[in-house]
Design a protein around this ligand. Structure first.
Ligand code: GRF
Length: 213
């Protein structure tokens, strides 16, 4: 049986599309069984529909506080019985209780070489800081925002004439290879979170896996 993957989005969903494309290949070790968005107008919901994947919307504005939103979100997610939850452009800060519920089975993709540039506007900040290298990271989600153990990274060189949008586009293209690769590894049983460290094939990683091609 393929592993059951649930993807959370808030927007365009190009990373979701990369996962849907990989999951549709013969012999894929996972299926995307559900997509949950906190916005009804997230363009990525159309990708899910195109692949006949069930979607749910849990609008954060319908809830009094974060905790109530997270309870409803967890209910929708758990309806899909996930083995892995993937945050792919999901733009909500999650409560510690929610994060704990999916400990070791929730990953996030973040557009920087963590621990550099946690938070928003990473491409602009990388350029402003004069970084010569930038990229994206996939990490296990812990209570610290963008702070969980990093599984794998894709690096790109920052060109002298890059602006925020050219750099973002180059990183995003790499994200579309990075995220499916990590989901593939996880759902084939290569990866786990133990003692706040990433383990790959039974040994702790000393540095994030490189996905530079
Ligand atoms: C990506 O850059 C991802 O790293 C970040 O949000 C963006 C989502 O893009 N967390 P998309 O919705 O997958 O196209």
């Amino acid at each position: 049986m393929p592993s059951r993957v649930v993807v959370l989005i808030s927007g365009t969903g190009s990373n979701l599309l990369a996962l849907l494309e990989q999951a549709a290949l013969p012999g894929a070790p996972y299926a995307v069984v559900g997509v949950v968005s906190n916005r009804a107008d997230a363009a990525g919901l159309a990708h899910a529909a195109a692949y006949d994947v069930a979607t749910r919307v849990v609008d954060h504005r319908d809830f009094a506080d974060r905790a109530a939103f997270d309870v409803a979100l967890a209910e929708r997610i758990d309806d899909f019985r996930p083995d892995l939850v993937v945050l792919a452009g999901f733009m909500r800060v999650l409560t510690a209780g929610f994060v704990e519920r999916y400990a070791g089975r929730m990953i996030n993709i973040h557009p920087s070489l963590l621990p550099a540039f946690q938070g928003l506007h990473t491409h602009r900040r990388a350029i402003e800081a004069g970084a010569t290298e930038h990229g994206a990271s996939v990490h296990f989600v812990t209570a610290e925002l963008d702070g969980g153990p990093v599984i794998a990274q894709a690096r790109v060189a920052v060109a002298p004439n890059d602006d925020e949008s050219t750099l973002a586009a180059r990183v995003l293209e790499r994200e579309h290879r990075l995220l499916p690769r990590v989901v593939h590894w996880f759902t084939q049983g290569h990866l786990r979170l133990q003692d706040a460290q990433v383990w790959f094939d039974g040994a702790p990683l000393t540095e994030p896996l490189a996905c530079d091609d």
